[in-house]
Design a binder for this molecule. Sequence first.
Ligand SMILES: NC(=O)c1ccc[n+]([C@@H]2O[C@H](COP(=O)([O-])OP(=O)(O)OC[C@H]3O[C@@H](n4cnc5c(N)ncnc54)[C@H](O)[C@@H]3O)[C@@H](O)[C@H]2O)c1
Length: 361
Amino acid sequence: MADVKKYGVIGTGMMGREHIRNLALVPGAQLVAISDPHEPSLQAALDTSAKAAMGPVKAYTDYNAMLDQHSLDAIIIATPNHTHFDIAAELLDEDIALLVEKPLCTTVTEASQLVERVKTRNALFWTGLEYRYMPPVASFIDRIHEGEIGRLQMLSIREHRFPFLRKIGNWNRFSRNTGGTMVEKCCHFFDLMRLIVQSEPVRIYASGAMDVNHLDEQYDGDRPDIIDNAYAVVDFRNGVRANLDLCMFANGSEQQEEICAIGDTAKLEVAIPSGLVSYAPRVSMGQAKQVVRHHVETDPSALAAGYHHGATYYQLLAFQAALVNGAAPVVSALDGLRSVAMGAAAHQSIETGQAVDLDLS
Ligand SMILES: NC(=O)c1ccc[n+]([C@@H]2O[C@H](COP(=O)([O-])OP(=O)(O)OC[C@H]3O[C@@H](n4cnc5c(N)ncnc54)[C@H](O)[C@@H]3O)[C@@H](O)[C@H]2O)c1
């Protein structure tokens, strides 16, 4: 019998409901309460939990009322980016494990403040940078760290996808709410870079703009200001160079994410959603190529429970294990801060046209 931990979810929009569907699959995770000021989100989440047969779940429009009524072991914060800081800062005083959705905050200043506060508490604090948990990506990372490509030299991450979806109140149309695309969306990829490269960035140059999407949209007379395409080049302290290629008007792209690592003895690539990992050792000039392709399976129920190739499920499994075992977070507040700092530096570079030096140590 698994240790049972009681969960609450704050923010039950698209991502909060993805967490709810996945909590239903995690042994020992019991959803007891949810909170959202937007009644349709709350009702949709109640429907989701009923469909998943999760037992009685209480709904609140105010998360403080939820806290007053329940003794929770863990809370998932899945509210809009610009609300993470205030909500997390308030909850840090409680002895409750927290999983805060990415990006940790919209600014480096706020994220740094949370990191300092987290140092003084015992309960688990986890940043929801979950792409490392997609099984094909996890396998790809393990193989690099096990030395299959020799010494990693170059890392390239490409996301070619559809535009930002509509959100409750259109919060994601404005950089003041999201932190900007390089923070909001690309914190995932900067986190992956740091994890794969096992070093910290020292310099970023980026170029990007809002060229295609949202050009005709207006909200209360305000025009969106969110970048829809960018390149970023990142130099790491250990000499590895990485690049990010983001396009958010590539709706028909066969693969959404492609990551390619090249070492001094081989090249390894992974693609999502195909789940294909390709290994290509270096061969001598004139020698036949020796490409080995391997398909990495993802649990079909995890695939069906979300939009992130199973990442939410495997992340929650790891979070629950850390909660039960009293272990340290796999993705810490500091990881959250550093991914935000890289995104903010990329925005600075886009605005100034200059490379930005970073010191994240
Ligand atoms: N890990 C991932 O890959 C991933 C994917 C999508 C979204 N996200 C993140 O999840 C978060 C939510 O995004 P979403 O797509 O679900 O947005 P959404 O607009 O669909 O839902 C956000 C919900 O939060 C609610 N909310 C706002 N203020 C609140 C408050 N003070 N207390 C409680 N609820 C409040 C809104 O009413 C809404 O229902 C964002 O931070 C986003 O960046 C992460």
